[in-house]
Design a protein around this ligand. Structure first.
Ligand SMILES: Nc1ncnc2c1ncn2[C@@H]1O[C@H](COP(=O)(O)OP(=O)(O)OP(=O)(O)O)[C@@H](O)[C@H]1O
Ligand SMILES: [Mg+2]
Length: 109
């Protein structure tokens, strides 16, 4: 299994969630996070001066999938989260050793 950690623009979240549902991805954990990438945030004009916001609000999705579902998941995320502008986000793929459903004790490796 893999943990797919995806950081996206908050305004894309509903669309991404719908696309995941349509492809049959059910479980996910969502966190409101702040982050920065290559551009180290943005500079805005604010009250007559320039203000640098170096950490921008983002949504982090954590989804654990079987290895054979990984490509579909990545494709769905790429298609639904992408606007083509900077700050669209990043995807990190991390190996997962095991999951355990607490209610039943059912495990998956
Ligand atoms: N190297 C990194 N490590 C951890 N998180 C990162 C890293 N790079 C980006 N992120 C996270 O992803 C979010 C979105 O990054 P962003 O899309 O701006 O990446 P980028 O590499 O700057 O690409 P782009 O040039 O398209 O903006 C960041 O706000 C941050 O939360
Ligand atoms: Mg960026």
């Amino acid at each position: 299994m893999k943990l797919v950690k995806t950081i996206i623009k908050p305004e894309r979240f509903e669309f991404v969630k719908k696309a995941l549902e349509d492809k049959g991805f059910k479980g996910m954990t969502i966190t409101e996070v702040k982050g920065r990438g290559e551009q180290k945030g943005i500079t805005l004009e604010y009250r007559g001066g320039l203000m640098t916001v170096d950490l921008l609000p983002k949504i982090q999705l954590e989804i654990v999938v079987r290895d054979n579902e990984l490509d579909t998941l990545i494709g769905t995320l790429m298609e639904s989260a992408r606007t083509g502008k900077i700050g669209d986000g990043k995807i990190f793929i991390i190996p997962v050793e095991k999951s355990i459903r607490i209610r039943t004790g059912e495990t998956e490796v």
